[in-house]
Design a protein around this ligand. Structure first.
Ligand SMILES: Cc1ncc(C[n+]2csc(CCOP(=O)(O)OP(=O)(O)O)c2C)c(N)n1
Ligand SMILES: [Mg+2]
Length: 323
């Protein structure tokens, strides 16, 4: 990948603190749930520079990917002790990430044609991966695809998304456009239960921005009661609970490692929409795909008009994944 020049950046609606979703050099997330081409990218690329992060277990799939010590893996952090404790790091630059990025953007580097082609190929993969699914609902049960298509197109460009851990987060990774800092909030170690509290905090910190959180049913049962805090302090996040009646991620691990032997992963859930109402916000429960657009519209209206938080409880089929 080659960087955009400052002139290219200035020619677009650009926030210098983030690489926007629409940038020709943004080729997608490389954490959990990344698509196959992005995984291949890690092995293929001749130089990988980790800025403010390390090639830890998530990025390397448990220290499998990018372990060849002949490859160039650069680490840019302010902590000199990280080298030797962060997997196959060939070089370390001890620098603050923002200072490094600032100085990097000043360099006028020659760009080889093959780099351009390579970036364009990865960008094309990302564009097709993140293209929204059809917004028109189907006949059957509610689907996260339909929800995301309707949600993303109804959001302002500076919207913020938060999430914790689980398969539901993959819809946010895949489709949620990130253009303004801060636009995607999550814990680097993938803690469940981060979603609702972080959305409340983000909503209070940025009262003029639309904050959405994508929450799993398992996650919501951990600290969904934080909606009381939202009610108390007037936070107005939109909470989307994807209810697949299970700890989906853990079941996926079980199916992979021990086929036919799932255990302790099924959930019996309450009506989360009624809970939201009980806590003083808007709540809608959606079981059919056809009801998604109206429920979303009503939730966004409640946020605007009544200045309350809103929750959409989406009951989906089990085993349906973002990709
Ligand atoms: C605090 C915490 N406990 C346990 C885990 C392990 N874990 C990761 S995802 C997951 C299940 C998540 O279930 P749910 O929120 O329903 O999401 P789904 O995968 O079904 O979308 C668990 C138990 C974790 N990441 N964090
Ligand atoms: Mg679940």
């Amino acid at each position: 990948m080659y960087p955009e020049t400052p002139r290219q950046m200035a020619s677009r609606d650009f926030d210098p603190r983030t690489i926007p979703f629409d940038s020709p050099v943004y080729v997608g997330p490389i954490g959990y749930g990344r698509p196959r081409p992005t995984y291949d990218l890690l092995e293929e690329t001749d130089l990988l520079v980790f800025v403010g992060t390390v090639p830890g277990d998530v990025i390397t799939d448990g220290f499998v990917c990018r372990q060849d010590w002949n490859k160039k893996n650069f680490l840019v952090t302010i902590d000199p002790s990280l080298r030797g404790r962060s997997g196959p790091v060939s070089h370390q630059i001890v620098a603050k990430p923002d200072v490094f990025a600032r100085d990097l953007s000043k360099l006028e580097l020659p760009v080889k044609d093959e780099w351009r082609q390579w970036s364009a190929r990865m960008r094309a993969e990302q564009e097709s991966f993140s293209a929204l699914p059809p917004a028109t609902p189907g006949e059957g049960p509610a689907r996260m695809d339909t929800l995301m298509a309707n949600l993303v197109s109804a959001l302002p460009s500076d919207a913020i998304v938060t999430f914790g851990a689980g398969e539901h987060t993959n819809w946010a990774h895949r489709y949620f456009p990130t253009r303004r800092y801060a636009s995607m909030l999550s814990a680097r170690n993938g803690s469940m239960g981060y979603s609702v509290p972080s959305a409340i905090a983000a909503s209070l910190a940025y009262p003029d921005r639309r904050v959405v959180t994508i929450v799993g049913d398992g996650e919501f049962l951990m600290n969904g009661q934080e909606l009381a805090t939202a009610a108390q302090y007037g936070a107005t996040p939109l909470v989307i609970v994807m209810d697949n009646q299970e700890y989906g991620t853990i079941r996926t691990h079980q199916e992979r490692q021990y086929p036919q032997r799932i255990s302790g992963t099924q959930l019996k859930n309450p009506d989360f929409a009624l809970m939201a109402q009980a806590f003083g916000g808007f709540g809608a429960r959606v079981e059919h795909d056809r009801d998604i657009p109206a429920a979303l519209e009503a939730a966004l209206q409640a946020i605007e008009r009544d200045r309350v938080f809103a929750l959409v409880h989406l009951v989906v089929e089990q085993r349906v994944k973002a990709y």
